[in-house]
Design a protein around this ligand. Structure first.
Ligand SMILES: Nc1ncnc2c1ncn2[C@@H]1O[C@H](COP(=O)(O)OP(=O)(O)OP(=O)(O)O)[C@@H](O)[C@H]1O
Ligand SMILES: [Mg+2]
Length: 361
């Protein structure tokens, strides 16, 4: 059986999981349902509990409360090696004195797989990660990206039911990260392997994931596709974590049948439809704000302001515009010859109403 003739991909369910280190609660009330063959990410800042949750799935760390189910079987009572789960650690943890081939073979030798089969599977795994030509080298003779591939080969060669990756790209330079994440994604598709990827990098999570969970302070804040989370964050934390945003805190009230938002710092405008709650914030992304547009859609909010600063980012120009007591960011695509507004110039900002989202607090 080759690595790609996999059995059916598994489903992973997490039900009401709580994890503490002694008295310190690190994860609370975790619920997740990861579909067979899904590429799922845990995204969150340092200390939010991503590694702790991943390690709990692999069977390491404190005993969790709740259930972790693979295809409806609770795996919490099982030891790590009974779970059939492969994990790639952030620091790779390769054997320095063994060759690449031996490093990849290690798990199979421990499982007492027949020699001929080991040779065939190791070769196949090394081929998949593009390292067959370096099989005789030791880890110290490899680049960071190549070592990372060895760690990946070593994990997939044992045909785990579930692949867990803890910030596997964090030691690599920017170009290599981009290339490796595409390679990992391709490999995952080929193997149809349910995979969980941990990262604190929003762009990395966006580009690689089918869906993701955003964690903060040991709690899952939101689960969805990258685009759902970016377009419809449920709270201020998620809105900020997924990218630069304008946010104005304030109150909503109903006046003469209109829904009016009154910002703390003097901005007042109407909202297109009734919202849930009356206290919170409106958010809108900088690239949805138009600066002195020649034409605009019908339903818009118009704000008059003064340019405070501009940043040229190459593909875009980012303006910071003072409107009443708020600073609003507007980001415009740049092309040669496009009109630029300078510090002190008066501009009109136009925000299509449907780009404005109210988030209750
Ligand atoms: N062995 C331990 N004993 C006590 N507390 C721990 C232990 N390991 C982790 N923690 C705490 O648990 C919390 C979550 O840690 P975890 O390693 O899961 O975070 P993370 O999201 O993976 O962060 P990072 O992005 O920095 O890797 C942190 O506050 C951390 O200090
Ligand atoms: Mg971690």
């Amino acid at each position: 059986m080759s690595l790609t003739t996999q059995v059916q991909p598994v489903r992973l369910k997490i039900e009401d999981v709580h994890i503490s280190f002694g008295q310190t609660k690190v994860l609370e009330g975790i619920h997740l349902d990861i579909k067979p063959g899904e590429f799922f990410s845990f995204l969150g800042p340092s200390g939010s509990g991503k590694s702790t949750l991943l390690r709990a799935i692999a069977g390491f760390g404190p005993m969790p409360k709740g259930k972790i189910l693979i295809n409806d079987e609770d795996i919490i009572p099982l030891s790590p090696w009974q779970r059939d789960v492969g994990m790639v650690f952030q620091n790779y943890a390769l054997w320095p004195h063994l060759t690449v081939r031996k490093n990849v073979a290690f798990g199979l030798e421990e499982r007492r797989v027949l020699k001929a089969e080991i040779a065939a599977r190791v070769e196949e795994a090394l081929d998949m990660v593009g390292l067959a030509h370096l099989a005789g080298r030791r880890p110290s003779q490899l680049s960071g990206g190549q070592q990372q591939r060895v760690a990946l080969a070593r994990t997939i060669v044992v045909r785990p039911r579930l692949l867990l990756l803890d910030e596997p790209l964090s030691n690599l330079d920017a170009n290599l990260r981009v290339q490796m994440r595409a390679d990992i994604r391709k490999l995952q598709r080929k193997l149809k392997l349910t995979t969980i990827f941990v990262t604190h990098d929003q762009e990395e999570a966006n580009t690689i994931s089918d869906r993701m969970a955003v964690l903060d302070k040991g709690i899952i804040q939101q689960v969805g596709t990258p685009m759902e989370l970016y377009d419809y964050p449920v709270n201020q934390f998620v809105a900020h974590f997924l990218g630069t945003t304008n946010m104005i805190e304030g109150k909503v009230s109903s006046r003469n049948g209109k829904i009016v938002f009154a910002g703390r710092d003097g901005l007042v405008f109407s909202l297109p439809s009734p919202v849930d709650g009356d206290k919170g914030a409106v958010i809108f992304r900088p690239q949805t704000v138009l600066v002195n547009p020649e034409s605009a859609p019908d339903a818009v909010v118009r704000l008059q302001g003064i340019v405070e600063s501009l940043e040229f980012l190459g593909s875009t120009v980012r303006y910071r515009v003072k409107v009443k007591n708020s600073s609003i960011l507007a980001e415009e695509n740049h092309q040669r010859g496009k009109k630029i507004y300078h510090e002190g110039e008066e501009v009109q900002l136009v925000i299509p109403e449907k780009q404005i989202l109210f988030i209750r607090s």
